[in-house]
Design a protein around this ligand. Structure first.
Ligand code: PEP
Length: 244
């Protein structure tokens, strides 16, 4: 089995000084045998952190990219701009971008194509709302999101993040995650055939140092996408230690 991946999504948090301090603590604390680790700071701090991360195995990720490689798109950042800085992963279709920026599955798919073309590994997020889970529609929703957000020949990582679990302190239960992983794997194989068996699936939503070990031991969970707890070195390091 390949190593698990622990991804820290810092969202819109931290000054340069905070980010440097956090990364220095992670570089000093990540054991050599640990899981693959990725940190996704805000765009403005990517360049600042590359030198500090260089001697470590921690990879750099971004939180979004545009579907075009260049052009008249004020305020946007393209995938080749990210590879140019030494970024290797990009989170796409996070529920906060879907909600706050009106990103549709189609937008996410176009960005995913651009990321892969530029040599980035996309981490494509999908997840249902609380209402959708309560009404029993969640598997339909997740199936549609997979169909709409992942392009043909998808070469990347899928992140299952139930929206109701993000930033709420209420992670999905191990039973809910296990059942959803089984569904997602079946759906990936339906859509991509044999290749669908190898697409890694992360879980995200209130992962912390207390619940990481049980979540990461669920069959087919290839790692975790971590928001709040990735901003504290101690908590993030203990999540990393819980991975295999
Ligand atoms: C996220 O934003 O991707 C996330 C999982 O956040 P949190 O860990 O804070 O729930």
């Amino acid at each position: 089995m390949s190593r698990q991946i622990i991804v820290g999504n810092w969202k819109m948090n931290g000054t340069s000084r905070d980010s440097l301090a956090l990364v220095q603590a992670l570089v000093a604390g990540v054991p050599a045998s640990a899981a693959d680790v990725v940190v996704c700071p805000p765009f403005t701090q990517l360049a600042l952190l590359t030198d500090t991360l260089k001697p470590s195995t921690i990879a750099l990720g971004a939180q979004d990219c545009h579907k075009d490689s260049a052009g008249a798109h004020t305020g946007d950042i393209s995938a080749p701009m990210l590879t140019d800085l030494g970024v290797s992963y990009v989170v796409l279709g996070h529920s906060e971008r879907r909600q706050e920026h009106g990103e549709l599955d189609e937008t996410v798919r176009e960005k995913t194509v651009a990321a892969i073309k530029a040599g980035l590994t996309p981490i494509v997020c999908i997840g249902e709302t609380e209402d959708q889970r309560e009404s029993g529609d969640h598997f339909d929703i997740l199936g549609w999101q997979i169909k709409g957000s992942l392009p043909d020949g998808f070469a990347g990582i899928l992140a299952y993040e139930p929206i109701w679990a993000i930033g709420t302190g209420r992670a999905a239960t191990t039973e809910e995650i296990a059942e959803t992983m089984t569904f997602l794997r079946e759906e990936l194989v339906r859509q991509f055939g044999e290749a669908g068996k190898n697409i890694k699936i992360l879980y995200g939503g209130s992962v912390n140092d207390k619940n990481a070990a049980s979540i990461l031991s669920i069959t087919d969970v290839a790692g975790a996408l971590v928001g709040g707890a990735s901003l504290k070195a101690e908590a993030f390091l203990s999540i990393i230690s819980a991975a295999s």
